[in-house]
Design a protein around this ligand. Structure first.
Ligand code: FAS
Ligand code: PHB
Length: 389
């Protein structure tokens, strides 16, 4: 097989890139390790920045998002049994849209299917060859058969555990990582959200987040020990703990119910540099990870796709390598700012096992400063709604 861009990974990064390129007449083949059903079974991000919304509009995949997504002009932050609001629209003129990543991925698959996009599912043994030459190719097996794709470029959109990042020699790669000493236990319940906006809670018992997917589908998280397993937590235990971590007036009106999904996500900050090696470009989680506190994971994957898409269009339409040559630098400049915000917000909202009394005083002083200072709220709002591409 031959294609212009071989895309490894059929998650949001790979699908969005494939669809955008298709609309500019640039063909690609997507290789996905799992089945479509498996990919669509993942419950992940929930908050979309305007930059991602605009990309989905460009990709012709935003109709359902605009029909079913929730426009949020602000978010709520609670500590010490009180709550205050960060007004995104007052400080930035920009809202965010609450619409699950699962639905984004569903919309992207529908668009690729409608366009006759070439996606290979359940592929195995994907290997990148000649990324540092002008004639790269990818091999893989499917149903026991070995296949080869000759291409101009390879987009590594295969997430943190994929093969793409590992294909860049360690002599070239530099990696930066921070592992957080806790995880997030998340549940999905067919219950009405406790509040109209998200509540990020810092409590003496740890962090909690009240989010949503629609008026009868809520997404809740509580900070948990890394040693915890989902089966250690009954639904009742979860609800009782969540109620202890949010303000009493919110806990009183919390509607509980059976969980339809329960999982624990570890938290890490991770960046690999550079995000390009020859004809291989890394996008999204293949190159970087953020703690979900700032809702930046999916949204930084989107800005990577934007830069790479622009660069590939420049190459094929204007015979210019300027865009692909500057890809890694441009993508990393925005990624490091998202890493900072995600690390800052995680440090602000979680209780750390080794936190001293002084550290706790600093955390509460930072929360009090955010609650009372307009400039601090402006900075928070600008980062949360998404810094410019
Ligand atoms: P993805 O990991 O989504 O997709 C990569 C795809 O590549 C997968 O479908 C995988 O099956 C495939 N693949 C892997 N190896 C392959 C191989 N060798 N060959 C072929 N295919 C291969 N972000 C937020 O903003 N908010 C959140 O609340 C949030 N929660 C998260 C919870 C969890 C458990 C995880 C893991 C991530 C979470 N994220 C969250 C981050 C998440 O949303 C990612 O940023 C987003 O999925 C990035 O999309 P991709 O880069 O496409 O990577
Ligand atoms: C979610 O709804 O899953 C969600 C929202 C905001 C976050 C993290 C997760 O910061």
């Amino acid at each position: 097989m031959k294609t212009r861009v071989a895309i490894i990974g059929g998650g949001p990064s790979g699908l969005l890139l494939s669809q955008l390129l298709h609309l500019r007449g640039i063909d690609s083949i997507v290789l996905e390790r799992q089945t479509k059903e498996h990919v669509l079974g993942r419950i992940r991000a929930g908050v979309l920045e305007q930059g991602l919304v605009k990309l989905l509009e460009q990709a012709g995949c935003a109709d359902r998002l605009h029909a079913e997504g929730y426009v949020h002009d602000g978010t709520l932050i609670s500590y010490d049994n009180s709550m205050f609001r960060i007004d995104f629209t007052e400080h930035t003129g920009t809202p965010v849209i609450v619409y699950g990543q699962t639905e984004v991925t569903r919309d992207l698959y529908a668009a690729r299917d409608a366009a006759g996009g070439h996606i290979e599912f359940q592929v195995e043994d994907v290997v990148i060859h000649g990324a540092d030459t002008d004639a790269p190719h990818v091999t893989y097996t499917s149903q026991g058969q070995q296949h080869r794709i000759d291409c101009d470029f390879i987009a590594g959109c295969d997430g943190f555990h994929g093969v793409s990042r590992q294909s860049i020699p360690l002599t070239v790669r530099r990696e930066y990582e921070k592992i957080y000493p806790f995880g997030w236990l998340g549940i999905l319940s067919q219950t009405p959200p406790v509040a109209e906006e998200l509540i990020y809670a810092n409590s003496p018992r740890g962090f909690a987040l009240c989010s949503m997917r629609n008026e009868n589908l809520s997404r809740y998280y509580i900070q948990c020990a890394l040693s915890d397993k989902p089966e250690d937590w009954s639904d009742e235990d979860f609800w009782q703990e969540l109620k202890r971590r949010i303000p009493a007036d919110q806990a009183e009106k919390l509607v509980t119910g059976p969980s339809i999904e329960k999982s624990i996500a570890p938290l890490r900050s991770f960046v690999t540099e550079p995000m390009r090696w020859g004809r291989l470009f890394l996008c999204g989680d293949a190159a970087h990870i953020v703690p979900p506190t700032g809702a930046k994971g999916l949204n930084t994957a989107a800005s990577d796709v934007h830069y790479l898409y622009q660069g590939l269009c420049d190459y094929y339409e204007n015979d210019s390598t300027a865009g692909i040559d500057s890809y890694s630098e441009k993508a990393l400049a925005r990624i490091w700012k998202a890493e900072r915000f995600s690390w800052w917000f995680s440090s602000l909202m979680h209780r750390y096992p080794d936190q001293s009394e002084f550290d706790l005083k600093m955390q509460l002083a930072e929360l009090e400063f955010l609650r009372t200072n307009k400039s601090a709220q402006q900075a928070m709002a600008e980062n949360y709604v998404g810094l410019p591409y």
